[in-house]
Design a protein around this ligand. Structure first.
Ligand code: MOS
Length: 696
């Protein structure tokens, strides 16, 4: 018996705590005898540390210790070289952490860090991604485990034979994740056991990595992650802050709080790789695609290979008999790029969906209609039907809500005073995955229930969604259910990432609740607590793997100042097909959040590299521009009532990433429609618009 909790709008369970400031984040727990760590970044791009002079720092009031490669506790050299911190006298990129100062106050630690003197032997470096970089190579696979290249049919022949062709190259810059809460940790050692309050997207992985690095049994490490102020992928894996805090706490034998500064988020935590993407599309005279090729180039560091799956989006989005995708990578003397909301899909869709707009113009077909004509109900990549694919329905409903019909495709056709008005559209897709999880459910004598799972709520509303799912699975009003998440002592669960948290966790929660109800039906008496656990490893692993994706369509209206090139967005509207929506309030927030981030990518965000120093010049929120309310007047998200029973017991597809996917392409196409200028290297800055077109 469902109580109808799923599908009902509900504010976040912890909303009151968050707005009143009582929700505790990683470095906000009161801890007796706590000390403060401050990370010291390398000042050269590539080099060897020849001397660390800590005298002045150690003489500074309150400073307890300066850890560096010469004195830090030893770590096992695990598979992640990047986390083997303070173990060797080497700097692999500028900004890599090479020392930590520990002091009795945050201010003293900061001052101590200023006083540490480090000398280096610096070598030559290469930090700029280029299409002709001599170091380009073909990685063995791309994130997380996709084939590097794919080919079907004969692209070259198909392309050469087609009457309509588009051959365009797009560039995207480095993008930096900036969660409100930085990467932050409170680390404590108690009798050889390490306890960390850490800001991350999955305590299980952090627990495993710390156990490996510090050579501890897994059960000797506890990771508590109750509230997280955003992650976007940057906290999807163990990062430097938690390792440094644990090292420091062990060294000074006191608890240590360590939070990265805003500036330090521009570097060692990972960023979205810059890309250079060549897209070639060929079509018949009706706009039906005959050949598609997407060649993507991106970068990684010298100490870890992160190969972003930029062109993977193109493999399954639109059909054509001749298709090819490739990825090439170059190792540069830079921080390792990492996940950022829809890694691969987002920059890849910017290129492909922009190219589709260019094709629509070349062939003279409306861009909504062009996408409908090239829809595929069978996955072009896997050759199997999608479990459900409602891209066309999203495009149609979006077009209707937006008022797309009757659009004059001529660029610069609409003007309102000095504003040039234009509209643009893009399709979107994102994989609907799930991973094995476990969960436990307990019936208490007072008629309430406790559901426990090591899920992570990084601000998405995951805690609330699981609570709703659990209530329906138990068949009781949600008020009688308590949900506990965010602690590695709870049943093992996968990370909040890849838009698969809710799908994975709810699967285990539902199974645990079902098992508990079974026990109660069979007469287990709740005079005392009755508990049941579930583990979905076999069920998820044994699932048939028909291709499954969420879909969406974004529509944008922009106005561009004909004199200054300023871009303002009148309206940003998305329609999504993402399976069942558990909580409309938090779902809407995810979708408009993703779209807002895509708008930010289109118009503002850009890591500007200074080649001489191998570092980004803009590394704070004053100089790294992000979108603000003044950029856009309306952001609207809608979704279809989509039922797909093949996905998972909750019927969800995931909504964390689909919102960002096509948004930048829709904005860029709208700017083209308004001005006649196609900007193929993001962001769309006014100087580029003026420079190219002489708009004024
Ligand atoms: Mo998301 S970039 O998979 O955390």
């Amino acid at each position: 018996m469902s109580t109808g909790a799923v599908g009902r709008a509900h504010p976040r369970l912890e909303g009151r705590e968050k707005v009143t400031g009582t929700a505790r984040y990683a470095v906000e727990y009161p801890v007796d005898g706590v000390t403060y760590g401050w990370a010291v970044p390398a000042a050269v791009v590539r080099g060897r540390i020849t001397r660390v002079d800590t005298d002045e720092a150690l003489a500074s009031p309150g400073v307890l210790a300066v850890l560096h490669h010469g004195n830090a506790p030893r770590l096992a050299q695990g598979p992640e070289r990047e986390l083997w911190l303070l173990q060797e006298p080497a700097a692999h990129y500028r900004g890599q952490f090479v020392a930590v100062v520990v002091a009795t106050s945050l201010e003293a630690a900061r001052e101590g860090a200023r006083l540490v003197r480090i000398d280096y032997d610096a070598g030559p470096h290469s930090t700029v991604l280029a299409a002709d970089h001599p170091g380009l190579y073909k990685p063995e696979h791309v994130n997380p485990s996709y084939p590097t290249d794919t080919a079907e049919g004969d692209f070259d022949a198909g392309y050469a034979a087609a009457p309509v062709r588009v051959d365009v190259t797009y560039r995207t810059p480095a993008y930096h994740n900036n969660p409100m809460e930085p990467h932050a940790t409170t680390a404590q050692w108690h009798d050889g056991r390490l306890v960390v309050h850490d800001s991350n997207q999955g305590p299980v992985a952090v627990q495993a990595t710390l156990a490996e690095l510090f050579e501890l049994p897994q059960e000797s490490v506890r990771v508590i992650t109750e509230h997280v102020g955003g992650g976007f992928g940057s906290k999807g894996y163990t990062k430097a802050a938690v390792v440094l805090a644990a090292l420091a706490a062990r060294h000074v034998d006191r608890p240590v709080k360590l939070a990265l500064t805003r500036q330090q988020l521009f570097g060692p935590i990972g960023y979205r790789t810059p890309t250079i993407q060549r897209v070639r599309l060929a079509a018949d005279a009706h706009g039906r695609l005959t050949a598609i090729c997407h060649d993507a180039i991106s970068q990684t560091s010298t100490i870890r290979e992160f190969a972003e799956q930029t062109a993977v989006y193109t493999r399954s989005m639109y059909a054509a008999p001749h298709r090819r995708t490739t990825h090439r990578l170059v190792r540069l003397d830079v921080p390792t790029p990492f996940w950022m909301r829809a890694p691969g899909e987002c920059p890849g869709a910017y290129a492909l969906e922009s190219a589709m707009d260019e094709l629509a113009i070349a062939v003279g077909v409306d861009p909504v209609e062009l996408r409908i004509r090239n829809d595929a109900q069978v996955d072009p990549d896997q050759g199997e039907p999608f479990t459900s694919r409602n891209l066309v329905a999203c495009l149609r409903e979006g077009a209707q809500r937006f008022g797309w019909t009757g659009r004059d495709p001529t660029p610069r056709a609409r003007r309102d005073g000095r504003w040039l008005i234009g509209t643009g559209v893009a399709g979107s897709s994102y994989p609907a995955r799930a991973r094995p999880s476990s969960a436990a459910a307990t019936a208490r004598p007072d008629g309430t229930f406790l559901v426990r799972i090591d899920a992570t709520d990084i601000g998405t509303g995951a805690r609330t969604a699981l609570w709703q799912v659990a209530a329906d699975a138990l068949g009781v009003p949600p008020e009688r259910v308590e949900i506990r998440i965010g602690d590695s002592d709870l049943p093992v669960a996968p990370l909040a990432g890849g838009s698969m948290g809710t799908a994975s966790w709810s699967w285990a929660v539902i199974r645990a609740c079902e098992a508990l109800r079974g026990k109660l039906r069979e007469g287990a008496s709740p005079d005392t607590e009755v508990s049941a656990e579930a583990d979905t490893t076999d069920e998820v692993g044994g699932q048939p793997t028909r291709p499954r994706y969420a879909y969406g369509a974004q529509f944008v209206e922009v106005r561009v100042d004909a004199d200054t090139g300023e871009v303002r967005v009148n309206r940003l509207l998305g329609v999504f097909a993402a399976g069942r929506v558990v909580n409309p309030t938090t779902a809407r927030s995810q979708l408009i959040g993703g779209m807002t981030m895509g708008l930010s990518m289109a118009l503002h965000e850009e890591g500007l590299l200074d080649e001489r120093y191998g570092d980004w010049v803009n590394h704070d929120l004053a100089t790294y521009h992000i979108t603000g309310c003044a950029d856009v007047e309306a952001v609207e998200a809608y979704w279809l009532d989509e039922r797909d029973d093949e996905l998972n017991p909750a019927g969800v597809k995931g909504i964390g990433e689909i919102g960002i996917v096509g948004t930048a392409a829709a904005v860029a196409s709208a700017v083209h429609h308004a001005t006649g200028v196609r900007i193929r290297d993001l962001p769309i800055r006014l100087d580029k618009l003026i420079g190219v077109s002489g708009l004024a």
